[in-house]
Design a protein around this ligand. Structure first.
Ligand SMILES: Cc1cc2nc3c(=O)[nH]c(=O)nc-3n(C[C@H](O)[C@H](O)[C@H](O)COP(=O)(O)OP(=O)(O)OC[C@H]3O[C@@H](n4cnc5c(N)ncnc54)[C@H](O)[C@@H]3O)c2cc1C
Length: 155
């Protein structure tokens, strides 16, 4: 591989050598799962299976736990009415999760800039937003979730 791509410079030749020497390379494409519904009859999907935001969101694990929490809470609240519980599970989360997925797509260019200029701008932005005065308000705003976690009294 070094012969084909080694001219890319930086750490690339060493990385390519390491890939050639490894028999356990992780390689995948970045995908999202978007379904019109997360359940059918008495079967429901949670986690990535229901709505994978991809690694671009950086919070698929937390969102998976959120889905599990809401599903369990709604099943408990519906007191045996499975159809009502599953409908409530979806309606509480669909808009929120869908916005997360759209937000993740916005980060595509940030994760993997397509041009040298894009790479320079991205690296500069990372440095700027690491400055203490800017970092706190920026990250507080971008990581803030406008979602109120419902309480499910366990009686
Ligand atoms: C490279 C990468 C980086 C990421 N970084 C972050 C991050 O920084 N923060 C974050 O919050 N999230 C991150 N995520 C996303 C996060 O990993 C997922 O959102 C999360 O793991 C989803 O959990 P899950 O339980 O729904 O699915 P999974 O973790 O995928 O679990 C599904 C399980 O089901 C098993 N399985 C599949 N088919 C079958 C079958 N037929 N029978 C039995 N078992 C089966 C699989 O082997 C797997 O163990 C990242 C994802 C990737 C790929």
């Amino acid at each position: 591989m070094r012969q084909a791509y080694g001219e890319m410079g930086w750490e690339v030749p060493e990385l390519l050598d390491a890939m050639d020497a490894s028999d356990d390379v992780y390689f995948d494409r970045v995908s999202q799962i978007r379904l019109p519904h997360w359940s059918a009859d008495r079967v429901a999907l949670v986690g990535d299976a229901a709505a994978c935001p991809s690694l671009l969101a950086g919070e698929g694990t937390g969102l998976g736990m959120l889905k599990a929490y809401i599903l369990a809470g709604e099943l408990h609240r519906a007191d045996g009415d499975c159809a009502r519980a599953l409908a409530a599970y979806e309606s509480r989360l669909q808009t929120f999760i869908s916005a997360k997925q759209k937000g993740a797509l916005w980060f595509r260019g940030f994760f993997a800039p397509k041009t040298a200029l894009g790479l320079t701008v991205r690296n500069l932005a990372v440095r700027v937003f690491a400055l203490p005065l800017l970092a706190k308000p920026f990250w507080e705003r971008s990581l803030h979730d406008d979602f109120t976690l419902p309480e499910y009294p366990m009686s």
